[in-house]
Structure formats: C-alpha cells, structure tokens
Write a protein that binds this ligand. Structure first.
Ligand code: 5GP
Length: 124
C-alpha cells in the first residue's frame, strides 16, 4: 500500500507555494524543476510534481495519467535543456527510509556535467 500521509509543511511544498525561493529552471502544468541547494555534481536539478505526493511509491499509485506523463516529460525536457542528453546524466529518486529520502515530497534528481561513477556505493 502506498504511503500517502503528506506533510504540507515540507520544504518543497513551501517552494511550490512560493514561501521559500528557488532557482527555477523549468515548469509545466504538472512539474517544477529547480537547482538543488547542495549540488552533488556540476549540474544538479530537482524535478518535483506540483501535486502533493510523498514519494515515487505514492506518486505512481495515486497520480493521474496526465500528472505522470507531465512529470516525466518534464524530467526529459529539463535534461535536454541543460545539455545533458548527449553526454548523459543520472536521474534518481530516493524513496523512503532505506532509499535515503530526506524531503517527503516526491522528487527526481538530475545530475550531470561529469562522469558520475558507480550507481550505488558498496555496502560497508
Ligand atoms: P533526498 O535526500 O530527499 O532525495 O534529497 C533532497 C534534496 O533536497 C537534497 O539534495 C537537498 O540538497 C535538497 N534540498 C533540501 N532543502 C532544499 C531547499 O531548501 N532548496 C533546494 N533548492 N534544495 C533543497
């Protein structure tokens, strides 16, 4: 069952409401993209749905087809507009506790601008 308890005071909800500033890079009807405040690569952008979804689990369980299409179109469009399509990039969505998700509003990270190395660090 999807996790659906949404905290409307999370930081990305505040960004969507314009209560906290962000460096916006792209927007469509269903998604907003902005620069990560603590970039892990030369380019590091977050793409978030405009709807109130906790995680990828929640989003893919409850969002409409239009929201899902609009969101993932935005992810691809942002990467193209940032010039990442040809050299390549990584998109990832930390999900829940084991996934290391810190902000409980679904988001996809787009990282690029250098060779990013292995996908996941080996377990210690
Ligand atoms: P998570 O660990 O949840 O997948 O990633 C959350 C991301 O949000 C982190 O990369 C963090 O740097 C970013 N972040 C946290 N607070 C803010 C903020 O206030 N503004 C922006 N632009 N990014 C933030």
């Amino acid at each position: 069952m999807a996790t659906t308890t949404y905290d409307s005071e999370n930081i990305f909800a505040k960004i969507l409401r314009g209560e906290i500033p962000c460096t916006r890079v792209y927007e469509n009807d269903h998604a907003l993209a902005f620069e990560d405040i603590n970039p892990q690569a030369p380019t590091h952008v977050l793409v978030i749905p405009k709807g109130a979804y906790v995680s990828n689990d929640d989003f893919t369980a409850r969002a409409s087809d239009a929201e899902i299409t609009g969101f993932f179109r935005a992810v691809g469009q942002v990467a193209r507009e940032l010039g990442l399509a040809k050299p390549g990039y990584r998109m990832l969505a930390n999900t829940g506790q084991d996934g290391g998700q810190e902000v409980p509003h679904f988001h996809v990270h787009i990282c690029g601008g250098r060779v990013l190395g292995r996908m996941v660090q080996p377990a210690a």
